[in-house]
Design a protein. Structure first.
Length: 254
């Protein structure tokens, strides 16, 4: 099963953090969102592609460094002159997929799902979706991963478009969407508040102050329920609560 990790989005809702680095490279619990996605999909996929657009240079450099460090190599799907969205990204990879199905995952969510188990037993005919949201699937439901049959991939167009509009909505209406419920950890890092919550859920319990402090960061002041990015500094006399310190930026979550 080939897999696509979606990593081309702008991350506008996560600004100003995404003005420093693309959303997939924002750290959660000391690891980038992209590394988390790649590690999660690895056991389920024979080969992996990552699409890039916004922050392309940084994402490509990160993937190259990961491979040089012994990580699994990936195919980089470059989307130019514009990002193609979740459905267009799949269509853009049609040649690489060689007429087959694909496992699609987001590069900006945190979860503890077993994707190999999710893929196992799939009939290959219906769209299968792993969601943490109970009840009927809808446009606001969370998504951990989706399996798209070859026939679905074949009819997608390599133009800006989304999987809800092009695939999932029609599958729901036709009774052809197979949903699998995920009742474990799931966090969508869409906003600074979501991003902070994801960090605290993953690693906050490791410190008495409930904070996540990245490699090479220095905390001379005090922090509580905070994220301090690698190499960042909380100076003596500073008291941060429910905040993200990223280089020169401080994002307060209220």
């Amino acid at each position: 099963m080939p897999a696509l990790v979606l990593a081309a989005g702008e991350g506008r809702r996560l600004r100003p953090l995404t003005l420093l680095r693309p959303k997939p490279l924002c750290p959660v619990g000391g690891r980038t969102l992209l590394d988390r996605a790649l590690d999660a999909v690895g056991p389920a996929a024979a080969r992996v592609a990552v699409n890039v657009h916004h922050g392309r240079d940084q994402v490509e450099a990160h993937l190259a460094a990961r491979a040089a460090g012994g990580g699994r190599g990936v195919f980089v799907s470059v989307e130019e002159p514009e990002a193609l969205g979740t459905a267009g990204a799949v269509a853009h990879l049609r040649d690489w997929l060689a007429g087959g199905p694909v496992l699609v995952v987001n590069g900006d969510t945190v979860h503890d799902a077993d994707l190999a188990a999710f893929v196992a037993g799939w009939d290959g005919g219906r769209v299968r979706l792993l969601t943490p949201t109970p009840g009927p699937f809808g446009p606001r439901s969370g998504v951990v991963a989706s399996l798209l049959p070859a026939a679905v991939v074949a009819r997608l167009a390599p133009e800006p478009s989304g999987l809800w509009e092009c695939v999932w909505r029609d599958a729901v209406a036709a009774g052809q969407l197979e949903t699998v419920h995920h009742d474990g950890l799931f966090a969508d890092c869409g906003t600074p508040a979501d991003y902070l919550a994801a960090n605290l859920a993953v690693a906050g319990a490791g410190r008495p102050d409930g904070s996540v402090v990245g490699e090479g960061a220095r905390v001379d002041g005090t922090v509580a329920r905070c994220v301090v990015w690698p190499g960042s500094v909380v100076a003596a006399g500073e008291h941060l609560v429910d905040a993200v310190r990223a280089g020169h930026l401080t994002v307060l979550v209220r």
